[in-house]
Design a protein around this ligand. Structure first.
Ligand code: 4AD
Ligand code: MG
Length: 465
């Protein structure tokens, strides 16, 4: 018989008709007359109840039906007698696909810690929490593609292996086929890459922006959506070594329009979650973060604050004057740390902040320099609980100014001649940003650790699964 997915079975009104569902057993309980199997197939957070009449099935037949086992259940769909579900299935035919030894299956108990579940990341998608997180993750992917498609952006695929360091932070994982036990050095003791696979030193990309800018100078509005890699040794709840980034790049827009795009885009994604993921959000709101749904609704309905870095520093200094203690200093020119960002967003304003016009020395080389020659048109979005969720900027479109900045910073541009060609041939004002997909996921799910919103996290000293 053809399988019905449980999300459809639960909505069905084809009562007294045969139906077949397949999935993993969440629990089995009952008494001498009747046994109840809670079955889940991942299509929804909700289980369907299978009712087993023990005059028709023997204990022996039911013995393999333990938590974690996989079964196919055929029966008659009926309105449920009990509370908690609209329909249930009276079992007529049972097939066991795979057993799960109760003495060994790790997901027997409820309330397992997030830390423990990370050690069984190959099984954790079968829990309610991770099922919800990964269904929402899919929905956020759809929201992102939908938003850009509806707004006339083209999805553009940028390379993962690259010879350039976009952010200039030197946090790149090298890619090589060289024999690390027998490295050839040149006369200066430097590694000779001429005989390496690509004939030069290459790494995994930290950002698709540079290639994205090339595309925007031809297609007008593009976005990338792919994995990015950072070898930063930050063991925090907000950093991954492998994360997904969405990077739109748009020709002919200025700073205000860039900030409009950042705000509109995030709100669209959050609204999508509220419109399409309510069952999962309600579960997370109940068991993970009681303020979640209210916070999502608040963000959709609020105007983000737009604040220059200089104004931000003034507010922080005022707070210090009034007795607020920060661990790190915050004088003009300092990179704000997350305690500063969180003070502004959570305590001072109580809503998201788009901070802009940063000192040029704490930002990347490609940002457009303001008239004051001290600040650049960066536009980062800071979120409650998360801190920086978007990093963006207007790009410097003048070849002379860009070259001067590259020289000032001593950036090796030998392998980036192609990037400078955008400024040489038909340069145009343009701007873009990068949204950290897992940071968005943290916000939308209320999960506390970034390791718990990606299926198989890569962090310092962990690359299991
Ligand atoms: O601020 P970042 O470094 O900006 C860029 O890479 C630009 N090239 C983007 C652009 O303008 N096209 O990174 C962008 C975002 C951050 O705001 C943050 O959300 C996320 O990427 N991010 C990380 N997420 C998880 N783990 C990490 N280690 C991250 N580093 C950055
Ligand atoms: Mg940044």
């Amino acid at each position: 018989m053809q399988r019905t997915v449980i999300i459809d079975a639960l909505r069905s009104t084809a009562f007294d008709q045969p139906i077949n569902v397949r999935g993993w057993v969440r629990s089995r309980r009952g008494n001498k007359q009747v046994s109840f199997i809670a079955l889940n197939d991942g299509s929804t957070i909700k289980n369907i109840q299978i009712v087993v009449d023990l005059t028709k099935f023997s204990e022996d037949e039911l013995k393999p039906v333990t938590t974690g086992s996989c079964i196919s259940a055929t029966g008659i769909l009926v309105p449920s007698q009990g509370a908690g579900q609209a329909v249930e299935i009276q079992l007529t035919e049972l097939e066991i696909y795979g057993t799960a030894d109760p003495d060994q299956y790790p997901l027997q108990k409820k309330g397992l810690s997030m830390e423990y579940l990370r050690t069984i990341a190959h099984l954790r998608p079968r829990t309610n929490t991770f099922g919800a997180v990964f269904r929402i993750r899919h929905n956020m992917t759809m929201a992102i593609h939908t938003y850009f498609h509806q707004h006339g952006f083209f999805n553009f695929h940028t390379p993962l292996i690259t010879a350039s360091d976009c952010e200039g932070a030197g946090q790149m994982f090298q890619v090589t086929t060289k024999n690390l036990y027998n490295l050839k050095m040149d006369a200066n003791g430097k590694i000779d890459y001429s005989d390496d696979f690509f004939g030069k030193q290459t790494s995994l990309t930290v950002s698709g922006q540079l290639e994205g800018e090339l595309a925007a100078m031809a297609l007008g509005k593009i976005y990338t959506f792919g994995p990015t890699f950072r070898a930063e040794n930050s063991n925090t709840p907000r950093h991954l070594a492998e994360f997904w980034m969405i990077e739109p790049e748009v020709a002919f827009i200025q700073k205000d329009e860039l900030m409009d795009l950042e705000e509109d885009f995030i709100k669209f994604c959050v609204r999508w979650a509220l419109d399409n993921c309510m069952d999962d959000l309600e579960f997370l709101n109940q068991f993970v973060d009681k303020g979640l749904i209210a916070r999502l609704q608040a963000v959709v309905n609020t105007d983000f604050v737009r604040l220059s870095y200089t104004e931000g520093i003034e507010i922080l200094q005022e707070a210090i004057k009034n007795g607020h203690k920060f661990e790190f200093s915050c004088n003009w020119g300092d990179d704000l740390s997350s305690e500063h960002e969180r003070y502004l967003v959570e305590e001072h304003f109580g809503k998201p902040v788009i901070m802009n016009d940063y000192p040029k020395d704490i930002k990347a080389f490609y940002m457009k320099i303001n008239e004051d020659n001290k600040t650049v048109q960066g536009t980062d979005v800071l979120f409650p609980q998360i801190g920086e969720i978007i990093g963006g900027s207007v790009r410097e479109e003048s070849l002379d100014k860009l070259n001067a900045e590259i020289e000032r910073r001593n950036i090796p541009m030998k392998d980036m001649w192609w990037y400078l060609d955008t400024r040489r041939f038909g340069s145009a004002p343009h701007a873009g940003f990068g949204l950290g997909f897992e940071r968005l996921m943290l916000f939308v799910t209320g999960m506390q650790n970034i390791r718990d919103v990606i299926p198989f996290p890569r962090t310092p000293k962990t690359a299991e699964f």
